[in-house]
Design a protein. Structure first.
Ligand code: B12
Length: 411
């Protein structure tokens, strides 16, 4: 009887999501809300039948309260119709959370994800931390649908994460924190394990808070804010949520959040929500209108030309063709990097490249015939004057005489 009561309580804890946990959050000042509305409208208006059906956008708009009901309908229809076998575990997890936040049935998708995670091979101790990002999403999605059945999966995940010695990744640590916060309960035998991993991820995230309040980089800050606002394990150094919020709002004003996926990942935190709120979204509630005219987010474009030095480099011995070639291209000022790549390709066949559409936009998958390979964990990394870029080729705007390098490497 006592055992049953404990089980019931622990189950209630899990299904209650964050409501039982301490939340440290801060809110957007009311005079700044039009900026938040502006990016939400931008994100929702990016949804069309021909665009990539992005589950993170549906999650964000449902958590925030949707404006564009047509966009919501398109996403629900397309995500419901997506073929399970075409999806990776991370995509399946996001698809489940998105449909869950729209109160749609996800039972068959949940059982497939559960099976996939039961036979999942954890990344080794030396593998890059980003390899835990998709599994973190999977544990989070499964926890929200069936906490008890997810316990052994989450335990295996937590042990592998604890054993990993590669440099910490903020985005991954943030999603892992959300997943394990969902799993954490006072009454199960894994409490110590989950608590230990949470302590370490939260301490690492806290260690990446910069003087300006950015956590990791500007694009990991949204997920990190979610993690720090729900974790049951507090970091030793108190997080200044207001400072982070103020800097994020500054970055929005500077136009740093134009990519719909970047908006989808920051919006929940701006609305005081986290992915742990997904199961509690009230569906069919009235459409809310932006409180006032959203602020415009377009910027003037200077017309004069700039010169970019562009190098493509492959030194991976496992790939037969080794090369290091540099060219100079001239493009209109304020062009995105993609235009530089197109211009280099036009000048010489060595610079030919291919892209794939993803949730973040166009990803460069091949240059000079050398293709990224998920099985070998190889990719084309982009650097500006030797420093990895924090945006993709369709968003990053190079400056005059910048040296852009595309380097074929491992993750
Ligand atoms: C894992 C990961 C990678 C892996 C993806 C491969 C893999 N099979 O896992 C690798 C290491 C290859 C990678 C590369 C890059 N990444 Co990355 N990546 C991530 C991470 C941690 C998780 C993505 C994920 O698994 N999502 C879950 C799955 C289910 O969703 P998905 O849509 O199927 O995911 C795919 C896309 O996200 C895509 N992808 C990953 N990164 C990027 C970056 C860009 C610009 C694009 C267009 C696509 C893309 O690969 C994923 C797997 O196929 C995110 C963090 C985040 N907050 O989203 C950063 C993140 C998306 N990456 C980022 C960046 C900047 C890059 C690079 C541009 C870095 C660089 N300097 O070269 C390159 C891409 C260059 C190119 N060739 O075009 C930024 C994007 C910010 C922005 N505003 O654009 C993020 C947000 C990290 C950050 N906080 O800075 N990345």
């Amino acid at each position: 009887m006592a055992w049953f009561a404990l089980f019931l309580l622990s189950h209630l804890w899990a299904t209650a999501g964050t409501s039982a946990q301490v939340r440290s959050s801060c809110s957007v000042p009311s005079e700044e809300e039009p900026w938040v509305d502006g990016i939400q409208v931008l994100m929702e208006n990016s949804v069309t039948r021909s665009a990539y059906p992005n589950p993170s956008i549906l999650i964000a708009m449902n958590l925030a309260g949707p404006y564009n009901l047509k966009a919501q309908k398109i996403l629900i229809e397309e995500l419901m119709a997506s073929k399970i076998s075409d999806l990776t575990i991370g995509q399946l997890a996001l698809n489940i959370m998105a449909l869950n936040s729209s109160c749609r049935d996800t039972a068959s998708k949940v059982s497939v994800l559960q099976r996939k995670m039961q036979s999942w091979t954890p990344p080794g101790p030396k593998e890059e931390a980003v390899n835990f990002y998709a599994p973190s999403l999977a544990v989070l999605a499964l926890c929200q649908k069936n906490w008890e059945a997810t316990l052994p999966i989450a335990a295996g995940f937590a042990k592998a994460l604890l054993a990993n010695t590669s440099p910490f990744d903020v985005d991954t640590g943030a999603v892992a924190t959300l997943a394990l916060t969902c799993m954490y309960s006072s009454w199960d035998s894994y409490r110590n394990l989950f608590g230990q991993v949470l302590k370490s991820t939260v301490e690492n995230i806290s260690g990446r808070v910069t003087d300006s309040g950015i956590i990791g980089n500007i694009y990991s800050t949204g997920l990190a804010m979610q993690a720090l606002s729900v974790t049951p394990e507090q970091p030793s150094k108190k997080w200044d949520c207001e400072k982070t919020m103020a800097t994020v709002l500054d970055k929005i004003k500077q136009g740093k959040f134009q990519n719909p996926m970047s908006i989808a990942q920051i919006l929940p935190s701006l609305k005081g929500k986290t992915y742990l709120d997904v199961p509690h979204v009230k569906c069919g509630s009235d459409q809310v209108k932006p409180s006032s005219d959203p602020n415009p987010t377009s910027f003037p474009t200077p017309a004069s030309n700039i010169t970019i030095v562009y190098t493509i480099n492959n030194q991976l011995r496992e790939v037969e063709l080794l090369f290091n070639v540099t060219t100079e291209v001239s493009v209109k000022g304020s062009s995105v990097l993609l235009v530089v790549l197109q211009e280099a390709q036009r000048k010489s066949p060595m610079f030919k490249f291919e892209t794939t559409m993803t949730s973040w936009g166009l990803m460069v998958t091949s240059i000079n015939g050398i293709a990224a390979n998920a099985n070998h964990k190889t990719y084309w990394q982009f650097l500006g004057d030797g420093i990895p870029l924090d945006e993709g080729v369709a968003d990053y705007i190079p400056f005059d005489h910048e040296h852009i390098t595309a380097n074929f490497t491992h993750y």
